[in-house]
Design a protein around this ligand. Structure first.
Ligand code: GLY
Length: 398
C-alpha cells in the first residue's frame, strides 16, 4: 500500500507555531507534582487499580495489571521534574513487586508486558544504573518474546493463554508500545530474535491494522489454527470500522519509537498518515472523544490520555525530523495544543476532587468503564509530556 497520501484538511490550525509558555508549563508542573507528592503518601506503597471508580477515586491494590508500570513511571518522571528524592524512593519501594510479578507471572501472559516493565524497571535502570533492573527487564523481555509472540503468524498475541480462541488470537494497536521492550532487549543483547519479532509486529500492524485513510482498527483477528488474517474489529472503540482514539495514539507514539531503533524510512510517511488522520478529526478543545467518529461537540466520553500519548509521540518525532520540514512545525504545534488543552480542561484540582493528575480519561466506553475519570496512563503521560516540553535531553523510558 502506498503511504504518505493523507492530506491535512486544516493546516492553518497546526502551522501557527503555537507553544505553551514557560510560565504555564512550570505552573502545571508545580501543580501536578505537589498533588502527586500528597497522593503518593496516601497510596502508601500500594498501586492504583487500572482506573478510577466511584467519584473518580482509585482503588488501591497490587502490581497486577497493565497500568502499574506507568504508576511507578509517574513517580520517576516527578523525580526528574523536581529532583525531589521522595519520588525516587517511592519508585524504588516498588522494585520487590516487579520481582514478585515476574516470578509468579502475574498478568504476564498477554501483550502488555512492555507496559509493565518499560516505564518502571527499564526507567529505574536508566536513572540509577542498577544492573539488577537491567537483568530483570531482560528476563521479562525473554518471556514476552518466547511466549507471547506467534512464530506462525509473526505477530504478538493478545493473550497466550487464550491463543486458541478468537478472543486471544488477535493483535492490536496497543502492542506498538509494548514492542519497545523487544527493541531495547536487542540493543542490550544483540540477539536477533528480539529485533525480528519487533519488526514483524510492525509489518503486521502496518499491513492489517492501519487502513488506507490513515485510521486504525483496534484489533485484528487471526485464525486460531493457521494464524492467517481474518478481519479487523474493535474492543474499546465505537464500532469495528471506527478509529478508537487511544488505540490510534499508541500508533502516533509507537511508530516514532520504532523509527528511533531501526531507522526504517518507510515508517515516516506511515506515521504522517496516522497523525494527519488524527489531526483531521481533532475536536476544537484538542481533547479527543474516545473515538474519532466523534469530532463535533457532543456528549460522548472524552479521552485526554490519547491527547497526551499522541503529544509525546509527536514530540519524539520532532527529535529526528529536520526543523525546516513541514511536519516538524505541524507536529510540534499540534503537541503543544493538545497538552495545552489538557492543562486547561483536565487539571481543575481546585473544583474537582479526582484522584489522578488528569481527568476526562475513558478506559472503555462500550464497557461503561471509567467514563471521563482517571487512570495511571493519564497520570504518567501528563508528566511525560511536561518532561518532554521542558527537558529536551530527557532519556526516554521506552
Ligand atoms: N489496553 C490498553 C488501553 O486501554 O489503552
Amino acid at each position: 500500500m502506498q503511504r504518505g497520501n493523507i492530506k491535512l484538511n486544516n493546516p492553518e490550525r497546526f502551522n501557527d507555531g503555537f507553544e505553551i509558555s514557560k510560565e504555564k508549563l512550570n505552573a502545571a508542573i508545580k501543580k501536578a507534582t505537589d498533588k502527586w507528592l500528597k497522593k503518593l503518601e496516601e497510596f502508601n506503597g500500594k498501586f492504583p487499580g487500572t482506573m478510577s471508580k466511584e467519584e473518580d477515586k482509585y482503588v488501591l491494590g497490587e502490581n497486577n495489571s497493565w497500568t502499574q508500570g506507568m504508576h511507578t513511571g509517574s513517580a520517576l518522571l516527578a523525580y526528574e521534574l523536581t529532583g525531589n528524592e521522595k519520588f525516587l524512593e517511592y519508585a524504588k519501594q516498588h522494585i520487590e513487586s516487579y520481582y514478585w510479578r515476574y516470578e509468579n507471572k502475574v498478568d504476564m501472559w498477554c501483550h502488555d508486558v512492555g507496559f509493565a516493565f518499560s516505564p518502571s524497571v527499564i526507567a529505574l535502570y536508566k536513572i540509577t544504573g542498577d544492573e539488577a533492573m537491567k537483568e530483570l527487564a531482560l528476563k521479562a523481555a525473554d518471556h514476552f518474546r518466547t511466549y507471547i509472540y506467534s512464530e506462525k503468524g509473526g505477530f504478538i498475541l493478545r493473550s497466550y493463554t487464550r491463543r486458541d480462541t478468537p478472543d486471544g488470537c488477535r493483535t492490536m494497536m496497543d502492542t506498538l508500545m509494548n514492542i519497545p521492550l523487544l527493541f531495547w532487549a536487542y540493543e542490550q543483547t544483540g540477539e536477533e530474535r528480539y529485533i525480528e519479532a519487533a519488526k514483524s509486529q510492525l509489518a503486521v500492524t502496518e499491513k492489517y491494522l492501519i487502513r488506507e485513510d490513515g485510521s486504525s482498527f483496534h484489533h485484528y483477528m487471526f485464525d486460531v489454527e493457521t494464524h492467517a488474517p481474518v478481519r479487523g474489529l474493535t474492543f474499546q472503540g465505537h464500532s469495528d470500522d471506527s478509529c478508537w482514539a487511544r488505540g490510534h495514539s499508541w500508533g502516533v507514539y509507537g511508530f516514532p519509537v520504532a523509527y528511533t531503533y531501526i531507522k526504517d524510512e518507510s515508517l515516516l510517511p506511515l506515521h504522517r498518515d496516522v497523525t494527519y488522520f488524527m489531526l483531521n478529526h481533532m475536536p476544537k478543545t484538542y481533547i479527543p472523544y474516545y473515538d474519532y467518529d466523534f469530532v463535533e461537540e457532543c456528549s460522548e466520553a472524552h479521552d485526554s490520555s490519547s491527547a497526551l500519548i499522541s503529544a509525546c509521540g509527536l514530540l519524539e518525532a520532532c527529535k529526528y525530523l529536520d526543523e525546516t520540514c513541514e511536519e516538524y512545525n505541524i507536529y510540534k504545534t499540534a503537541a503543544n495544543k493538545m497538552v495545552n488543552g489538557v492543562i486547561d480542561h483536565c487539571m481543575d484540582y481546585e473544583n474537582k476532587d479526582f484522584d489522578g493528575l488528569v481527568n476526562r480519561v475513558t478506559c472503555s466506553a462500550p464497557h461503561n468503564l471509567c467514563i471521563d475519570g482517571c487512570t495511571s496512563y493519564g497520570d504518567y503521560f501528563l508528566l511525560e509530556a511536561l518532561v518532554r516540553l521542558t527537558k529536551p535531553d530527557w532519556k526516554r523510558y521506552w
